[in-house]
Design a protein around this ligand. Sequence first.
Ligand code: GLY
Length: 363
Amino acid sequence: MNKKKILVPLNNNSYEVSIKEGIINSIGKELDGIGINKDRKILIISNKEISNLFGEQVINSLKKYNFSANIFNIKAGESFKNLASLSDIYNTAFEFGLERNSLMIALGGGIVGDVTGFAAATWLRGIEYIQIPTTLLSMVDSSVGGKTAVNHPNGKNLIGAFYQPKAVYIDPETLITLPSREFKAGIAEVIKYGIIKDKVLFEYLENDKNRNKILNLENQSLIQIINNSIQTKACIVSEDEKENGIRAILNYGHSFGHVIENLCGYGEYLHGEAISIGMKIAGDIATEKNLWSKENSLRQDHLIESYGLPIQIPKIKKNKVLSILMGDKKVRNGKMRFILPKDIGEVDIFNDIDESQFLKYFD
Ligand code: GLY
C-alpha cells in the first residue's frame, strides 16, 4: 500500500507527517510506533459530524493498542473558533484529569486543528498533540507548521501560538465524505504550492488525466498532490518556523482572499475560493509589473477554473478593501506588502506595491 512520510525538520521539535490510505484505522499502532506510552491519557477533540464519521475507528484503533481515549466535540464552524470553545476544552481536560504527559488529538478540519493545537499549547503550559486532518485544506496546510489559534471578535486568529504537533496522520480516504465544494476549495491551496515553489506539481495538476483522477478521489493521485504540497510546506517552515521572512510566501493569494472572506461574509466564499480570486489578482498585478508573462497568468487562471474554482472578482468598494488591509497592517503609507509570482514555481515578497496597482480591481 502506498505510504509517504515527510519529515518536518525543526531545531528541537521535528516531526513526521504520514500519508496513507486507511491510516485512520491504525492510529494506535502509529502512536505505539513513535513511542507514546500506554498509560498516557488521550483526549480527542473533534466535532459531532466528524466524530460520527471517524471517531469510532480512531478509538478502536487506540484500544487495540491498549490506549484509553475520550472524545470531546466542539461546535462546528468559524463562529465557534473562539475562546468559549477553548474554555470548553479546558473544562473537559480538567474533568478527565489531563496531566503534563497527556495527549490531545485533533480529529477534523482546520478549525478543530487550530483550536486543539492552541488548547494543547496552553493546557498545563503545553502538552503534546497529534493532528489527524480530515479535509484537503487542513491536510495540505493548517495541520502542518504549528500555527494554532482562535479568533478574537476583532479579527481572525488574533489569539494563538506557534506550537508544533508531535505527528500528523493523513488518510486520503477521509476525503470521500467531504462535500465536493470543500474538496475543490482545498485544491486552491495545492495550486498555491505549484505557483510558489513546485512547477512539477503545477504541471501534474494541469494534466487532464490527472485532473480526472484527483476529482474522482483516486488515492494514488491524492497522495501525490498532498505529499508534494507538504514537502514544500515542510521545507519553508523548517527555514522560517515563526514567519520572520520566507514563510510569508505561503500566504500567496491570501491578502485579497482575506479581504473577500471578510467583506463578503465568511461562508459566502470558502477560504480556498477566496484565495483562488486572490491568486488571480496577484497574477494580474504581476503581469502588469512585467514580473511574469500574460501567458503564465492565463495558465494559472485556467488551472484554477479547471478545478471548478472562481476567479471572478466580487463587487467590493475600494474604501472597504483599504480599511481591511490597513486593519491587517498590510498597507502602510499607501504601499502594500504582497506576494507576487515571477514564474510558475517562483514567487517573491514585494513591499512597494502602490495602492493604485490593486485598488483598480475593485469598485
Ligand atoms: N497557512 C500559512 C502558514 O502556515 O504559514
